[in-house]
Design a protein. Sequence first.
Length: 351
Amino acid sequence: MRKRSTRTFLPNKKTAYAFAVLFLTAAVFIGTAVGTIHVPFRQIAAILAHHIIGTAVQVDPSIDNIVWEIRFPRVVLAGLIGASLAVAGAAFQGLLRNPLADPYTLGVSSGASVGAVLVLFFHVSIPFLGGFTLPVVSVVTAVLTIFGVLLFAQAIERSMKLETIILTGIIFSSFLGSFISLMIALTGEELRQIINWLLGSVSMRGWPYVQLMLPFFIGGSLLLLFLAPELNAMSFGEEKAKHLGVNVQRKKMMVLIAGSVLTGAAVAVSGTIGFVGLVIPHFVRLLIGPDHRHLLPLSMIAGGGFLIIADLTARTIISPTELPIGVITSIVGAPVFALILLNRKRKGGVA
């Protein structure tokens, strides 16, 4: 195996964080400002300050409603979803030591989609969960899917080569996708709701969806950030990690569960949005290197900004028609996926 290259474009981590925060901030303001009615940045800042810290503001009530009730919650939700998928992808890639691993290619997104479609199809509502039924069921099916992928990969090959895991994830994703198609074929009046959800969107999703997403995002992301040193150790192989005192099996389960929780919650509120967990960690890794103590938080920030811009593009590129956000991320992500494959082949399959 060749030695992993440590060359980065931004060796100064403070510069990387500054760029990432600036990118996210710009994405938030641009995503909130642009639309049928343009809202100046100064007004946006004044409205947000009024609602968050209670400062006085003199602004047209209709503009206030557009910013606070429609655009800003949509931007926040897109940011949370992008951050969740990106940090989950970065964690999966570090754990499996493969830049092709992400919630989409491992089948986790498809597993979460099955759970969500079941809830929508059968109108499931668990009494003690109420509105949280959809994200909880999606999280559970996402967790079950990733463990199913790993068990099946182990049955095929006990050494569980990384390529085997990726191929197994693609198999699971295809199978679960056909199961979803079957439910769509049997759907009556819920067809439009399920189709619109599956295409991936944050349209017409206000603060209630942010509240659904937030607990899962906080729990899953904090756990992954806490596990960053262990991910660093495991990225050099399980044996080395054991010598360093890492409880590999326990930490691996924690990473898989945390990543699946983030993916399941994201899919529950937005539908299937592919390639975010593949593209963003790969891009951030090129900039600052493979250290998960920085890779994970920077992937979160960059992923949030990326999906906000992707959503803005989806709703404005052929306005007034709105594209599914998954279309934009796939247009960007598929070529990047191909480039990673070509790069791995050129380097002899070494990540």
